[in-house]
Design a protein around this ligand. Structure first.
Ligand code: MG
Length: 216
C-alpha cells in the first residue's frame, strides 16, 4: 500500500488530489487564464515516490517538468467542512513535485482528453515526509523552494495562492468528500522547467522539512 510518513509514523495514502493553476505567475507562464473555481485532477497512488527516490522519466515524453508544490495530508474523513474549520482537517504539511509530461499534456489538452498519461505515470507524485500540523504555526505564509543541481529553480509562498488552503479544503470536502490519508497537491508557482537524467533535486518547506530526488 502506498504510504507517507508523518512524524515517523507510516500513513496509508488514500486519494491524491491536485490543484492546477493556483499561482498567478504560473498561470501566466503557461499562457492560461485564472480559473473561477479550483481546477482539480487526480493522480493514482501508484505514482507516489518518497524522499530519496529516483524519478523515472516516461519514454513517451521528451519534456517532463517539475512543479514544486506544498502537499497537505488529510487527517480524518470530512464532508462539507467550512473554511473556518478547514485547517483542523489537516494532519501534516509536506513538500512535493507534481511531475508533468508537458508535451503529452499539450497533446491531451488539444484532444480534450484527461491528463492521466501526463501526470499519473510511476514516480510522478514525489513527496517529502510530513511535518505535523501542530508544528506549523502559519500555513498561509509558508516559504518553499526547489533547487536543481544546486541552482534555485522555483520559490513560492502559500500566501500567493489564488485559492488559499482553507478554501481548497472546504471546496474538496463539499464536492468530493475527504478521506483520512488523502494528499492534496496545492499548485505550483512559476519556474517550471524540464528535467533531464542525472538531475539532483532538493525541496524545502519553510526550513521544516526537506527532500531529495534524483532523475534516473
Ligand atoms: Mg501542478
Amino acid at each position: 500500500m502506498p504510504a507517507v510518513t508523518l512524524a515517523g509514523r507510516e500513513i496509508t495514502v488514500s486519494n491524491i488530489f491536485c490543484i492546477g493553476r493556483n499561482y498567478a505567475a504560473h498561470v501566466a507562464e503557461l499562457g492560461n487564464r485564472p480559473e473561477p473555481e479550483p481546477l482539480v485532477f487526480l493522480k493514482p497512488s501508484s505514482a507516489l515516490l518518497g524522499d530519496g527516490g529516483a524519478i523515472r522519466l516516461p519514454a513517451y515524453s521528451q519534456d517532463v517538468h517539475h512543479e514544486t508544490e506544498v502537499v497537505l495530508l488529510v487527517g480524518r474523513d470530512a464532508r462539507d467542512v467550512s473554511e473556518a474549520d478547514a485547517l483542523a482537517v489537516i494532519a501534516g504539511y509536506g513538500i512535493g513535485l507534481d511531475l508533468t509530461a508537458r508535451d503529452t499534456q499539450s497533446e491531451l489538452k488539444a484532444k480534450g482528453m484527461p491528463w492521466t498519461k501526463a501526470k499519473g505515470f510511476a514516480t510522478a507524485a514525489c513527496v517529502s515526509a510530513f511535518v505535523p500540523a501542530t508544528a506549523v504555526s502559519q500555513p498561509s505564509a509558508l516559504d518553499f523552494s526547489l533547487t536543481v543541481n544546486g541552482a534555485l529553480r522555483q520559490q513560492g509562498n502559500t500566501g500567493m495562492m489564488l485559492f488559499p488552503i482553507p478554501f481548497l479544503i472546504s471546496f474538496l470536502s463539499r464536492h468530493y468528500g475527504l478521506t483520512a490519508g488523502d494528499l492534496i497537491y496545492t499548485g505550483t508557482p512559476e519556474g517550471v522547467a524540464r528535467l533531464v537524467s542525472g538531475d539532483q533535486l532538493q525541496l524545502d518547506l519553510h526550513g521544516q522539512v526537506s527532500a531529495r530526488f534524483t532523475v534516473a
